[in-house]
Write a protein of this length. Structure first.
Lengths: 249, 260
């Protein structure tokens, strides 16, 4: 676990292009350990790409991504795998393994990375599903779940190994307000336990609720960064407009 | 015109190069821990055991047809006694391995291409990586190894069922006893006929697994891309099996010259 305050994640001048399309342009930011960092911005501005850089699913064209003091973009596969064990990732579309049950999805990281027996793994997976309100859905297949339930199951899987760093892509998109609030509270609980959160969201109320620090990406560039109050009073009209869009979700 | 043809040839060679590197990487990774033994066994079951009905029935039908054709040819020379041996050699040396390869490329190649393609476009492969699992090893290496292991076993099933089918056809027409049929069938078959021809199907398995996994891993453009990966897996694997068979047969003749 990273000590609170120390940078757990640092992006140092990261640029990324897909063909002629520049998605990230010299992005530099750091996230203190044990805090919640919310990344805001319109669709297609590079927020999810930023998360994928942090966990090493993408490599920057320029710059470096540093997690727990290690340059992710320079690590070899075994070392990268080791760092990833301390991270959890909730994908925008949940990305549940559709050939196994919801419970097995959550149990999967535990089977791979612990030497626990089957009963202990099942109990731990059930507990994680209970945290997200899916304790009765252990044996259902992902295809039988609604979009919101899939999202919650994905979050349970991301939390399975109690990661130091949790990367969350649109945790409340498609959820009803009650469930969205419950997910926010769950993320806050994780933060209180010392988990570093990086949350990509369009949901401004949610970002205000859980974020210690917020940042806004626009056309691949970080145009604002600070507390919610600081972004509310930003000199940039675009940032102020975005922060006023309370209903976005 | 020449430039376009040249560019197409270069693109095709580059593709073959990429697929070859993918396959070689899979072979290298197969010998590095962690060994995904459980996954390999599961895929041998999925790819091998669950292909058995298709392979067995096809072999049986091919045996009957081959027997009828062989009879029609050998009858002209009064050499009906050679029918079992001719059929067994044809099946074991060429028909069994090649048809097994083509059938498995249809059933398994399409399945792997579609499954991995769907996993790719729904970010399940990324999710595996994010779960600190080497997706290449977990998904591709295990399937390629399973194809390599399952193909020779399926070829044995094809050969056996083909010879049984040939016996049924022969005994129906000529009333030949099974003891005499099998004695004649294996009278000319030696290990040099059997081992290289059967083992070459491991190469077919490598081709099927590698092409299907490569196309699955490189799928783009959503569900349309998944369909394309599935179709191309079958077409390209079948084509590569037929083309590689030429080289493999030549190699077998080179290393086992007594059988030429």
């Amino acid at each position: 676990m990273n000590p609170v305050g120390d940078p757990a994640i640092r992006l140092d001048g990261v640029s990324k292009s897909f063909g002629a399309l520049k998605v990230l342009d010299n992005v530099t930011l750091d996230v203190a350990g044990g805090t919640a960092f919310c990344l805001l911005g319109r669709s297609g501005t590079g927020k999810s790409v930023t998360l994928k850089h942090i966990i090493g699913l993408m490599k920057p064209d320029r710059g470096h991504v540093i997690v727990h003091g290690k340059k992710i973009d320079e690590l070899k596969k075994p070392e990268l795998t080791e760092v990833r064990r301390s991270m959890g990732f909730l994908f925008q579309n949940s990305a549940l393994f559709d050939s196994i049950s919801v419970g097995e999805n959550v149990a999967f990281p535990l089977r791979r990375h612990t030497d626990w027996d089957a009963a202990k793994i099942r109990k731990a997976a059930q507990d994680k599903l209970a945290d997200v309100g899916l304790d009765k859905d252990f044996d259902k297949m992902p295809g039988d779940l609604s979009g919101g339930m899939k999202k919650r199951a994905g979050l349970a899987r991301a939390m399975a190994l109690d990661p130091d760093i949790l990367l969350v892509d649109e945790p409340t998109a498609g959820l009803d307000p009650m469930t969205a609030h419950e997910i926010d509270d769950l993320l806050l609980d994780l933060k209180k336990k010392g988990t570093t959160l990086v949350v990509v969201t369009h949901n401004i109320p949610s970002a205000r609720h859980i974020g210690d620090e917020l940042a806004m990406l626009h056309e691949g560039t970080l145009i604002a960064r600070g507390t919610a109050a600081e972004l509310d009073g930003s000199q940039n009209e675009l940032v102020r407009t975005f922060m006023r869009s309370e209903g976005a979700g | 015109m020449y430039a376009r043809v040249g560019a197409a040839i270069i693109a095709a060679l580059a593709w073959v190069g990429e697929v070859s590197l993918f396959g070689l990487r899979a072979l290298r990774e197969a010998f590095r821990p962690p060994y995904e033994v459980g996954e390999v066994v599961r895929h041998v079951y999925e790819i091998g055991w669950r292909s058995t009905p298709l392979i067995g029935l096809s072999g049986f039908a091919i045996g009957i047809v081959l027997s009828m054709h062989t009879r029609a040819s050998l009858e002209r020379f009064g050499a009906e006694a050679m029918i079992p041996a001719g059929l067994a050699i044809a099946l074991i040396r060429e028909t069994g391995p090649l048809v097994t390869g083509l059938l498995v490329s249809g059933r398994v190649g399409a399945g792997i291409g579609a499954e991995l393609g769907a996993m790719k476009v729904t970010e399940q492969i990324d999710a595996l990586e994010a779960s600190a699992v080497d997706s290449f090893k977990f998904l591709a290496v295990t399937r390629i190894l399973a194809c390599i292991l399952a193909m020779p076993l399926l070829t044995l099933v094809m050969d056996f069922c083909g010879i049984v089918g040939g016996f049924l056809a022969e005994t129906t027409i000529s009333g030949m006893s099974w003891q005499l049929y099998f004695q004649r069938a294996f009278s000319l078959v030696e290990f040099d006929d059997f081992i290289p021809a059967t083992m070459k199907t491991a190469v077919f398995g490598m081709i099927i697994g590698t092409i299907a996994c490569y196309l699955g891993f490189t799928t783009t453009q959503g569900t349309e891309g998944v369909g394309r990966a599935s179709t191309r897996s079958v077409v390209l694997a079948s084509m590569m099996i037929i083309m590689s068979n030429v080289v493999l047969v030549k190699l077998i003749f080179f290393f086992f010259p007594a059988k030429v």
